[in-house]
Design a protein. Structure first.
Length: 215
């Protein structure tokens, strides 16, 4: 009961603004206790207590719900991420890539017509082809070949002359055709070797400025 009386007194004594609140504790002759916010009546034992009042909280206005008309469109939900930037119109249609320039044609290596002693002429890419040793007839001291005691050879070097510039492409074209024929009609033992040589000569000719000329 005492607690209820205190709570009621606090509720009644609380001012609207901060300040001091005075409470009186009154005890009568029979020992009954009363707590109030005014002085005790005469004949009662009185105890006075001053307390700091608590400021009343500011009332909060109630939230009134607002209903939208039935015809009003629903609000678009907020986007949590930025919209992607639109691609420029120039990027929509990819620009055509520039044509790849053809490699510059390369001049063919010079050719030389070489003539061995007592043999047929041939073409070479060097003016000094390797020398070769031609076997010689060896005889004994008496001039008899059957009594010969050793072997001998003669070192021979072919004489080569450069192909004229005006005939350079034509001679190169004939050289490629001759190499193809030698490969296609070669014996099986040499076919692979002659094929590689033909492919090398054909690749050189196709990448040269002679390939665009009429035969």
């Amino acid at each position: 009961m005492r607690g209820v009386l205190l709570a009621l007194l606090f509720a009644c004594a609380a001012p609207a603004v901060a300040g001091e609140v005075v409470f009186y504790r009154c005890t009568d002759a029979q020992g009954a206790l009363t707590v109030q916010n005014m002085p005790c009546p005469k004949g009662m034992q009185q105890t006075r207590k001053v307390m700091q009042a608590v400021q009343a909280p500011t009332p909060v206005a109630p939230v009134v719900p607002v209903s939208l008309p039935a015809s009003a469109p629903a609000a678009e939900p907020a986007k949590l991420y930025p919209a992607p930037a639109e691609a420029p119109a120039a990027k929509a249609a990819a620009a055509p890539e520039p044509p790849v320039a053809a490699p510059e044609p390369k001049p063919l290596p010079p050719l030389f017509e070489c003539r061995p002693r007592g043999g047929e002429a041939y073409l070479s890419e060097t003016a000094e082809p390797p020398s070769r040793c031609v076997a010689m007839q060896v005889t004994g001291l008496d001039g008899n070949p059957r009594t010969a005691a050793g072997d001998a050879c003669e070192v021979m070097r072919d004489t080569c002359t450069a192909v004229p510039e005006a005939q350079h492409c034509a001679v190169w074209r004939k050289r490629v055709l001759d190499a193809e024929g030698a490969w296609r009609f070669a014996a099986s033992s040499r076919a692979e070797e002659l094929k590689r040589e033909y492919q090398r000569l054909q690749a050189l000719f196709d990448a040269s400025d002679c390939a665009a000329q009429n035969p």
